[in-house]
Design a binder for this molecule. Structure first.
Ligand code: GDP
Length: 298
């Protein structure tokens, strides 16, 4: 315990320490299983998921001696197994423009994620238009403009406080006229007034459907890994407000290891399209279940 620990030990690292001192084999008994359960629960994985993961790990192994590396590998494999079905990139349709509605509470990283997505699609040779749909937050609009400049993508804005749906409609017109591949629409995330938010999003959807009955083609919910279990509530709330088709989890570069993603995968089964791993434009990565699981238990 006195050995200096690496900056970000994972769950098992926290339980047993890391390095050679952690290596002796330990008997997998009830006590050990309980510590593992507690550990997984403390990672925001949720009780049911944690119990299932440990039960799977224990099966046929009770009373056996396992090294810490073996325990890590087994746990990581169990977690990766839960995550694999949801690790799917955002679907791309042969539709022009493909309309991507981005929702989430303020501060979750919507604006940043839109900037990163725009940049990635540009790099892939696609033409992109951004609509700064949170017309009530001047700061968000300004930030999107900066991202747009960096990604070399036009950002459509509207006067502060104006109707986001009418901006969305104009953005559709512009994206169609430009023959743009993608239209990314930012939205407000003020959960304090859920009714307003619901009506606002519904109106945006209604208006863009006048242009394309199938739009939006994707509705991305952006979640902040540092809010832990809160992410579960946010998925519940936003799924009622909008037809969420996939998730992006931001801020996985900090101390948060995103254990709640396991609970999310288990409970909702929504695809996880990408993860935010920093504040820079390139800091958006595909979700890799094995890497995620290793980092979580590591
Ligand atoms: P919005 O209110 O949902 O549009 O959130 P923003 O995009 O403005 O992001 C809120 C804060 O989180 C900003 O300071 C961003 O730089 C930061 N942020 C967003 N994504 C990430 C990420 O993946 N990692 C880190 N470390 N910070 C992030």
């Amino acid at each position: 315990a006195s050995a200096p620990e690496p900056a970000r030990p994972g769950l098992i690292g926290r339980l047993f320490g890391q390095g050679p001192a952690a290596e002796p084999r330990r008997v997998l008994d009830d006590e050990m299983l309980e510590s593992l359960e507690d550990l997984l629960i403390s990672s925001d994985m949720g009780v049911d998921t944690a119990l299932r993961v440990t039960a799977n790990l224990a099966e046929g192994r009770m009373g056996k001696r396992l090294s810490v590396s073996e325990i890590k590998a087994l746990l990581a494999a169990e977690i990766a197994r839960i995550m694999e079905p949801v690790a799917r990139p955002m679907p791309i349709y042969p539709k022009r423009p493909q309309v991507v509605l981005v929702v989430g509470v303020n501060g979750s990283g919507k604006t940043t994620t839109i900037g990163k997505l725009a940049s990635q699609f540009r790099a892939a040779g696609k033409t992109v238009v951004i609509a700064a749909g949170d017309t009530f937050r001047a700061a968000a609009v300004e930030q999107l403009k900066v991202w747009g400049e960096r990604a070399d993508v036009p950002v459509l804005t509207a006067p502060e406080g104006s109707d986001p749906a009418s901006l969305a409609f104009d953005a559709m017109t512009r994206a169609e006229a430009d023959g743009a591949d993608l239209l990314l629409i930012d939205t407000a995330g003020r959960l304090q007034n859920r009714q307003d938010l619901m009506e606002e999003l519904a109106k945006i959807v209604r208006v863009i459907r006048k242009k394309d009955p199938e739009a939006p083609h994707n509705t991305l919910l952006v979640l902040d890994a540092t809010t832990g279990q809160n992410a579960l509530n946010q998925v519940e709330i936003f799924s009622k407000i909008a037809d969420v088709s996939g998730l992006v989890m931001t801020k996985l570069d900090g101390t948060a290891k995103g254990g709640v993603l396991v609970a999310l995968a288990d409970r909702f089964g929504l695809p996880i399209h990408a993860i935010g791993v920093g504040e820079q434009i390139d800091d958006l990565a595909p979700f890799d279940p094995e890497e995620f699981a290793r980092a979580l238990v590591g």
